[in-house]
Write a protein that binds this ligand. Sequence first.
Ligand SMILES: Cc1cc2nc3c(=O)[nH]c(=O)nc-3n(C[C@H](O)[C@H](O)[C@H](O)COP(=O)(O)O)c2cc1C
Length: 199
Amino acid sequence: MLIDPELALDSDPYRSFATWYAAAESADPRPDAVALATADAGGPPSLRIVLFRGVQGGGFRFFTNYVSRKGRQLATNPYAALLFYWQPLGRQVRLEGRVEPLAPPESDAYFATRDRESQLSAWASRQSEPIASREVLMAKVEALRERFAGGDVPRPEFWGGYCLLPSQFEFWHHRENRLHDRFRYTLGAEGWLVNRLSP
Ligand SMILES: Cc1cc2nc3c(=O)[nH]c(=O)nc-3n(C[C@H](O)[C@H](O)[C@H](O)COP(=O)(O)O)c2cc1C
């Protein structure tokens, strides 16, 4: 059921997201770049861009190094926020919820779709750890290229996917004079509750 026909917002936030994402794919050169906020157990938040890799089983998927800063934070505090901003459309979508690692076969399947150089760089990078120089990194890549020569590159155990299962969505649409439209969807016992918010 449409709750706002002009913005094509549905009572189901996943349907709303699918419609808005399709529009972003036509208008934005990088619709899949999404800001991911995580935090330590009681600490301040940290933020970085990752690539959104689709919705599966209600979860918004992204892939990374499990022992990176974000990976360590998610291991101790499995709650996060995602923020899409599609400048050509004047839209943002905010999501908040619990994050779970993907099942290993799902991460294997995604890893297998990456090009070989990206597979090698996943192995080579101890993401978020200090490294002496770019040369050290490139030497690691070359050593890995030899190690895996003549065969497939398997997924490293320390690299894989997560999915964020939203308990809240917000759809924001730019309007003149800062009188923007905002719709918040909150997951309750009865399903999704929708509220229009003040800009
Ligand atoms: C456009 C763009 C896409 C990116 N995509 C990813 C990604 O999908 N996964 C990832 O781990 N890092 C990605 N990064 C790098 C992250 O922003 C970040 O530097 C890295 O994950 C380390 O973050 P952390 O130290 O907070 O764990 C991307 C950066 C940009 C600018």
